[in-house]
Design a protein around this ligand. Structure first.
Ligand code: CP
Length: 333
């Protein structure tokens, strides 16, 4: 300890670091992200480039407070760890601030309408992230808003999760076109958004779900149209083995979604779609395991897979931050 020398840090003043430079397209300025298809495939790729650059800038510790003076509102009906934190911390890292607004604390609870609430909030805020049960309610809120509105999860979709997951795949494999991605289990909101986003950017999809828990046919149709345009293929099956054979990535989500009571029939139907070491052995040797989290180890995924060497679940979780920041920057600048 005696030989250790101490140097004072210089903070601020003429020596203060300048903002890292970043070049972004103005196409998304002022726009909302309510549905996965609100942004074109080229715009999704643009957002991923910005996410990559923002991740590099953050890892280098370079200042990137491009949204100074801006305020993001976060209107949440359900609990959240990743989405809320990524929005809030991301906004603050970009130099702005975020205000959390639990729906239970607002006059919405006493009957003030969604459109009135959105109109009032648009007078205070520069953008609003919303987690709300119903996509219809989110649409109604967005109709009242005059600032960008972001879908932070509805029972129908989770577009920012899907964009973060596509970004994670791209980071892992470099090229998206030609990859094959398998989703096993509940054809839920996350499955819907993954289908739409992966198909848009050219990732081949295989979705295995049991009867009664398959994705919405309307969403499947849109995904098929997007896949036709990008050159990707889509296979819908009830057979999890057909879905995972030789794929580059295996993805699953909880068998009991947020707000749902435990239903024995659903858990029983989804049990054969659990991701086990045996399932991963049917995928390509280099395949990765993905999950949007939170997860129930031992239910939809074996702990040895969730915590094993093929798992990239914590990369996915971290990447939510960089993708949220890219969306905030492009739409609020
Ligand atoms: N994946 C996801 O949206 O996580 P949270 O529910 O914690 O936000």
């Amino acid at each position: 300890m005696e030989n250790q020398s101490y140097h004072n840090l210089v903070v601020g003043g003429a020596a203060a670091a300048t903002l890292a430079s970043i070049e972004i397209s103005p196409n998304l300025r002022g726009r909302s992200f309510i549905r996965d298809t609100d942004f074109s495939p080229a715009e999704l790729l643009d957002l991923m480039e910005t996410s990559k650059r923002l991740k590099e800038i953050r890892k280098l510790g370079r200042p990137h407070t491009y949204l100074r003076g801006k305020t993001l509102g976060l209107l949440f009906q359900h609990p959240s760890t990743r989405t809320r934190t990524a929005f809030q911390v991301g906004m603050e890292q970009l130099g702005g601030q975020a205000v959390f607004l639990g729906i239970q604390d607002l006059q919405l609870k006493r009957g003030e309408t969604l459109q009135d609430t959105a109109r009032i909030m648009s007078g205070y805020l520069d953008a609003i992230g919303v987690r709300i049960e119903s996509q219809v309610d989110l649409d109604e809120f967005a109709r009242g808003a005059s600032v960008p509105v972001y879908n932070g999860l509805t029972s129908e979709r989770h577009p920012i999760e899907a964009l973060g997951d596509v970004f994670t795949l791209r980071e892992r494999f470099g090229e998206l076109k030609g990859l094959t991605f398998a989703y096993l289990g509940d054809g839920n909101n996350v499955c819907h958004s993954l289908m739409l986003s992966m198909a848009a950017v050219g990732v081949n999809l295989r979705v295995a779900s049991p009867a009664g828990y398959q994705p919405d046919p309307g969403i499947v149709d849109i995904a098929k149209r997007l896949a036709a345009a990008s050159g990707a293929t889509i296979v819908m099956t009830e057979d999890p083995h057909e879905a995972v054979s030789g794929v580059d990535a295996v993805y699953t989500d909880v068998h009991q979604s947020m707000g749902e009571d435990a239903q024995l029939a659903k858990l029983t139907a989804l049990a054969p779609y659990r991701v086990t070491r045996g399932v991963m052995a049917e995928a390509a040797p280099h395949a990765v395991f993905m999950h949007c989290l939170p997860m129930r180890r031992g239910l939809e995924v074996e702990p040895e897979v969730a915590d094993g060497p093929q798992s990239i679940i914590f990369d996915q979780a971290e990447n939510r931050l960089h993708v949220h920041k890219a969306i905030l920057l492009h739409t609020m600048i």
